[in-house]
Design a binder for this molecule. Structure first.
Ligand code: BES
Ligand code: MN
Ligand code: ZN
Length: 502
């Protein structure tokens, strides 16, 4: 991962970046922007002629300072010989995140970059900057894209970073938080990008064990098919039945001393979704290695919470199965008895995610008895039809929880939109032979999936949120801090929420 550290502006070598605020609210925005840039550049001790050139350049390109806007000024024979001017918009965390992402892409060919931080830089700004730099420079190790050659970013702060004096401790904390976010998001991306021939349920479970090893306070329990059968996780077993690579249930637990609240995070972990006997066409199947993006996100967020030592107890549950086609596949018409006794009549083997989630949620409600339960799942194609590629669907009866999660997503640079849980739609889930059916033909596919999951929330119905993140788990092209492929969607939203919900 890119090496980002605080430094002084002395002896700068290599490219230099200065930030440009949008300054929209000032009387003379252009003058305010220039003054801000000149104040940062003062630390380079440039001569008046150099400063005049730079001013002329910025006026010429009409740098607006809007978040992520970048202009590049090569200066052959001068020091520094390359200057970047990047907009941070209003200067909030999102503006700095956009600036960091843009810099990672535009300065990718430079081995080192020195970024001049303004005197009034905040910890939130540094966090956004670090997230943008680290997330946009992510590459999957099996990917075709060359990794950027940018190795090192010096953050030149006016306030020297001296732990002893404690002068910039808050800025250091902002950068440290960004690093935790980036590392866990990158893990979630790695897991989701991994091809499904390697990514079996057992492989995923091993990766979680490896990531949690040696972290005090973190424990992992993995249930294999035998344990799942003994304990009644029949839906996980049914969905995984068609595959030679058996299902698992991963339980990752973070138990800090003195925690007052217990949150359970449940993530859908279908390591590949063929649709089962109700097989998908190729167009719908080819990207189905991403169908464990929810599991990757809840694992990533829990590891991040542990790294930040957040004072809230967290249990992440990842029901993992490959929805394959085989002699032991479950069938339309089957009736499955979930953990806890609820029965589902199978109308469509391609509605498998809700089945494994049902087992895990019932277990959480009955055995773990948390204060709050949040599940994340690549659950329905209908979600993307409703909300497009970058916004996940949020469902909850709890206005406070819904608002908290929405704010967390907004601050974290992700996006959710609250959707309705219409009670009268739930009649369509009625079954002649079981408690509920697993799929319906009444439309509103994402809403119906949420209403199905509601059946497993028991007494926690009002302390539950469901996020259908089908479309946002993947990006077809690089976009700001997202790279092409897996996005790690949800790690950031969940972590932000956990940071504020103690
Ligand atoms: N994993 C899919 C949903 C999905 C589709 C995620 C596209 C990401 C992108 C899920 O298991 C599924 O197949 N859902 C069905 C449900 C239907 C059979 C009720 C769907 O959306 O068509
Ligand atoms: Mn499916
Ligand atoms: Zn699926």
């Amino acid at each position: 991962m890119l090496d980002i550290r605080f430094a002084t502006a002395r002896n700068v070598s290599g490219a230099v970046a200065a930030v440009v605020p949008a300054a929209d609210s000032s009387d003379d925005p252009a003058a305010t922007r220039l003054a801000a840039v000149r104040a940062s550049l003062a630390r380079l001790k440039l001569g008046p002629a150099d400063l005049d050139d730079i001013t002329a350049f910025l006026l010429d390109v009409e740098h607006s300072g809007s978040a992520g806007t970048l202009h590049k000024l090569p200066r052959a024979g001068h020091r520094p010989d390359l200057l970047f001017f990047v907009g941070v918009g209003s200067g909030d965390e999102a503006g700095w995140r956009a600036a960091g992402a843009k810099l990672a892409r535009s300065a990718g060919d430079e081995p080192t970059l020195t970024l001049l931080l303004p005197d009034d830089v905040t910890p939130a700004a540094v966090r956004g900057l670090g997230e943008g730099l680290w997330l946009a420079s992510y590459r999957f190790r099996l990917g075709a894209d060359e990794p950027p050659s940018l190795r090192r970013v010096n953050l030149a702060a006016a306030r020297p970073s001296d732990p002893e004096a404690g002068l910039a401790a808050d800025l250091e904390a902002g950068l440290a938080a960004a690093k935790v976010v980036a590392e866990s998001t990158r893990l979630a991306r790695d897991l989701t990008n991994m091809p499904s021939d390697e990514k079996t349920p057992a492989w995923f479970a091993k990766r979680v064990e490896k990531a949690a090893a040696g972290v005090p306070g973190l424990t992992v329990t993995v249930r294999d098919p035998k344990a799942l059968a003994e304990q009644g996780f029949n839906a996980i077993l049914a969905v995984g039945g068609g595959s030679t690579r058996g299902p698992r249930l991963v339980e990752l637990s973070w138990r800090p001393r003195g925690a007052r609240r217990h949150v359970v995070l449940v993530g859908k972990g279908i390591t590949f979704d063929t649709g089962g006997i109700c097989i998908k066409p190729l167009s719908g199947m080819k990207l189905m290695r991403k169908d464990m993006g929810g599991a990757a996100a809840v694992i990533g967020a829990t590891l991040a919470a542990a790294a930040l030592r957040l004072p809230v107890r967290i249990t992440a549950l990842a029901p993992l199965a490959e929805n394959a086609i085989g002699a032991d596949s479950f069938r339309p018409g089957d009736v499955i008895r979930h953990y806890g006794g609820t029965t589902s009549e199978i109308h469509n083997t391609d509605a498998e995610g809700r089945l494994v989630l049902g087992d895990a949620m019932a277990y959480a409600v009955r055995r773990l008895r948390p204060d709050t339960i949040v599940d994340l799942a690549t659950l329905t194609g209908a979600q993307g039809v409703a909300l497009g590629k970058r916004t996940a669907a949020l469902y909850s009866y709890n206005d406070t929880l819904a608002k908290e999660l929405t704010t967390a997503a907004d601050t974290a640079g992700e996006s959710v939109w609250r959707m309705p849980l219409h009670d009268d739609y739930a009649d369509a889930l009625d079954s002649d032979v079981a408690d509920i059916v697993n799929s319906t033909d009444v439309g509103a596919g994402s809403v119906m999936a949420a209403l199905y999951l509601r059946e497993f929330t028991g007494p926690l119905r009002d302390q539950w949120a469901h996020i259908d993140m089908s479309s946002s788990a993947w990006s077809d092209s690089p976009d700001a801090d997202l790279t092409k492929g897996a996005t790690g969607w949800g790690v950031r939203t969940l972590l932000r929420w956990l940071e504020t919900t103690t």
